[in-house]
Design a protein around this ligand. Structure first.
Ligand SMILES: [Zn+2]
Length: 251
């Protein structure tokens, strides 16, 4: 059976109204179980500790099968400014300064992973995976992730089993709601990617809170997800990594 991991990015008190609407949308499509990518202190605007009702709602989702994963500590790129044009393009234009782990050394990345994990852990969330914001992970971040004790991480094109040291190819369908031309491109991009990945064993879908603000984009997501859910079993990312291990043990 082909499988599908659906993730909601940027889950935080600051984005909760959009997240809540997207979760209702996904529940309506029967998309569970989901992987919810929580940011412990989104843009330094405060964490889940000050939002008990949101924390309780996420705990309830975890209890019924959704997984909560770490999505950075503050999400934005707070490192020294980019030094080369390519780095500038990557860190400031393509991801709008949201790649928190794009340029971190291993010890700095490890500190953020540890703090984020501890903050979410204290609230009752079982964290076993990490998605670096904008999927940008420096070489130091990749070292820190391998040493973190987490089970999995994900990048643009794959899930990474950090324990077995294996890469599971998993293309990701995602949209960029930041501007009209990007939204137009995203609709064509999603349809094209859907055709191209029909035979891919494991596929990912990444939704962002602001997707819900654009009805045309949401209509595309609805059609795409209905098509995918008719032919693929939804799994959390943890479940997908565990299933790959059972299907093909590393040793
Ligand atoms: Zn994000």
């Amino acid at each position: 059976m082909r499988t599908l991991c659906i993730a909601l990015h940027d889950v935080a008190p600051a984005t909760w109204p959009q997240c809540e609407a997207l979760l209702a949308f996904l529940d309506g499509l029967g998309a569970a179980p989901l992987t919810l990518l929580a940011v412990p202190d989104f843009h330094g605007r405060g964490g889940f500790e000050a939002a008990p009702a949101i924390t309780a709602a996420l705990r309830a989702r975890q209890a019924r099968g959704d997984a909560i994963a770490l999505h950075g500590l503050r999400h934005r790129d707070e490192n020294a400014p980019p030094r080369t044009p390519v780095d500038w393009l990557r860190r400031r234009v393509l991801t709008a300064g949201e790649g928190e782990f794009a340029a971190l050394a291993a010890d700095a990345a490890a500190r953020r992973i540890r703090e984020g994990r501890e903050r979410l852990g204290r609230l009752g969330f079982a964290i076993d995976g990490c998605v670096p914001p904008a999927w940008l992970a420096s070489a130091g971040t990749r070292v820190a992730l391998r040493r973190s004790g987490l089970r999995w991480a994900s990048s643009h094109a794959a899930l990474h089993d950090l324990v077995e040291d294996r890469r599971l190819p998993a293309p990701c369908l995602t949209a960029s709601p930041r501007s009209a031309w990007r939204r137009g491109l995203s609709r064509a991009w999603l349809r094209g990617l859907l055709r191209a990945t029909r035979r891919t064993p494991l596929l990912r879908v990444g939704l962002h809170p602001d997707d819900v603000l654009h009805p045309a984009l949401l209509a595309v997501w609805s059609a795409v997800l209905q098509e995918l859910l008719a032919t693929r079993a939804p799994l959390t990312k943890s479940q997908a990594v565990a299933a790959a291990c059972v299907a093909a043990p590393a040793r």
